[in-house]
Write a protein that binds this ligand. Structure first.
Ligand code: FUB
Length: 517
């Protein structure tokens, strides 16, 4: 019998693993994310194939709702014989930093990778924090070994981490996000890094000893973190999280969000050539991808905030097909089309903002914020900058910024709700503060204030609702007077029609402006 829990059916095949409290279960997923019911968040996927099984090593986000921190105490494993079946075995709690390494602190079980070596054993490259270290950044990469991806794991280098700010050389980067390739000739290469700094190094065939010097890897445009090394048809491919943001960036319009980009090289340590974007930003700020060939097909794994209760620090692993374009040299990775499990139909409502194209002005589109968040229907208890639009630029914040919705054809509106964000109190002259005042305007051959509107509330973190007699227009503006030199911030802005309708879909192309021919 299959007992449905949320959108995931749990088949009660409970497997208690000797020596740990972890309970394995078999899950019939309904699509992405693989585990979607919010009972376990799964992060930083690293796929590895052994025989007829595809394994995904994942971290586990345990941040309470509204806490913006990577609270990650353990790693977990997902495995399947057939991704298309959506039948996965879930092994929670396969390892914890302090159990893998005597020198590691608990917590911060960041993005690791399990790699099968030529000797048939599995090596687990795990970024953890050192307990006793005077390094400015205590993240270090340790290696554990096992005969199975399930473990049990044993420290393969009990002398300590193989990479830190002190070993094998001194460095000043954050030593996380390792990825390892065992090349066809048996040579082993490790890459790691974050915050725009990527290193690479050859390892000895024992999988742990440094062989070559640490090398700075360059050429991967917009590299931020999460490198993933792989090889196909003699070409080395590096997937990575990029965040070169801007209105015209192929990667991401908002600084905090990452795309997945890739580059290629003909030798493992480069030179590398940037090749393009594989995956656009997802619902979480990070998407940390890995890719692998399994039974003749390539798959990409990444994480999103799409599970129940999910967020930027409550991420969940997704898997999709990765396709190659062999008509070009080197073969290109085709842009990934992310899939998501079918959702319940949204309830009818008066908000028709999702059908509009949002824009902002004047000079009010700083890249750390995301205009798209205005009408995405998501309100977070502790939003990050890309969960809102704000006019805050640090200095010279616009005194009278505005946001605007443009519909492709005229719509009738008789109300609006707005949700301000503020990190400073009303009247503050810095940061993001509630606006001094605001009003709604609609286009009618010129910008006209809506008539008969009641009061315009300005408090943050609650809906401010404005009702007015119906107007028919293609463009609606919220015109603000900012608090002194502060920015204005908005998490969500709704445009309400007189009747409830099935929520409209986002427009495929941007609607044109009203005030320019
Ligand atoms: O999960 C913690 C960190 O978030 C990883 O190390 C990064 O790659 C990002 O996914």
């Amino acid at each position: 019998m299959i007992k449905p829990i949320g959108r995931v059916a749990i088949i009660p095949t409970l497997l208690v693993l000797a020596g740990t409290a972890a309970v394995a279960r078999v899950v019939q997923s309904t699509g992405n994310p693989i585990l979607a019911d919010g009972s376990y968040y799964t992060t930083d996927p690293a796929p590895v194939v052994d025989g007829d099984t595809l394994y995904i090593l994942a971290g586990r986000d345990e941040a309470p709702d509204g806490v913006n921190d990577f609270i990650m105490n353990e790693w977990q494993l997902l495995s399947t014989q057939d991704p298309a079946s959506r039948r996965w075995r879930h092994d929670p709690g396969i390892a914890r930093p302090e159990r893998l390494f005597a020198w590691a602190s608990p917590g911060r079980a960041y993005a690791g990778q399990i790699v099968k070596a030529r000797n048939g054993r599995f090596y687990f490259y795990a970024p953890v924090e050192e307990r006793n270290s005077d390094a400015r950044d205590r993240f270090a990469i340790g290696v554990a070994v096992s005969d199975s991806p399930h473990g049990p794991w044993k420290d393969a280098h009990p002398a300590g981490p193989i990479i830190s700010q002190r070993v094998p050389e001194s460095n000043d980067i954050q030593n996380i996000d390792p990825t390892v390739l065992v090349d066809e000739d048996g040579r082993v290469f490790i890459y790691w890094g974050t915050f725009g700094r990527l290193r690479g190094m050859e390892l000895a065939s024992d999988m742990v000893s440094a062989k070559g010097p640490e090398q700075v890897i360059e050429g991967l445009t917009g590299f931020f973190e999460a490198p993933w090394i792989m090889k196909r048809k003699g070409v080395y491919y590096m997937l990575y999280a990029g965040n070169n943001a801007g209105p015209d960036s192929p990667c991401t319009p908002a600084l905090y969000h990452a795309c997945q980009a890739y580059g290629t090289a003909t030798s493992p340590l480069g030179p590398w050539t940037y090749r393009g974007v594989v995956l656009k930003p997802v619902s979480s700020t990070t998407s940390h991808a890995g890719a692998v060939e399994f039974k003749g097909k390539w798959y990409i794994t990444y994480h999103t905030a799409d599970a129940k209760g999910g967020g930027h620090f409550r991420r969940s692993v997704a898997i999709d097909r990765l396709e190659w374009d062999d008509s070009v040299t080197p073969a290109a990775i085709r842009p990934v089309v992310p899939t998501i499990a079918p959702r319940a139909a949204p309830r009818p409502g008066r908000n028709i903002a999702p059908a509009a194209t949002p824009t902002a002005g004047p000079n009010a589109l700083p890249t750390q914020f995301w205009l798209k968040s205005l009408n995405d229907g998501i309100i977070r208890a502790a939003p990050l900058p890309p969960d809102m639009w704000s006019s805050w630029r640090g200095k010279d914040n616009p005194a009278t910024p505005w946001i605007e919705y443009r519909w492709p054809a005229p719509v009738t509106l008789n109300g609006s709700r707005i949700r301000f964000f503020a990190d400073q109190p009303a009247g503050a002259g810095e940061g993001v503060a509630p606006p001094a005042s605001w009003r709604l305007e609609y286009w009618d051959g010129g910008w006209r204030p809506v008539r008969g509107a009641g009061s315009y509330g300005t408090s943050a973190d609650t809906w401010q609702t404005v009702d007015f007699p119906p107007v028919t227009t293609r463009c609606l503006r919220a015109q603000f007077v900012a608090s002194k030199g502060a920015g204005v911030g908005v998490q969500e802005w709704e445009a309400l029609g007189p009747q409830a309708t099935v929520p409209p879909l986002a427009p495929k192309t941007a609607a044109p402006p009203c005030d320019r021919p």
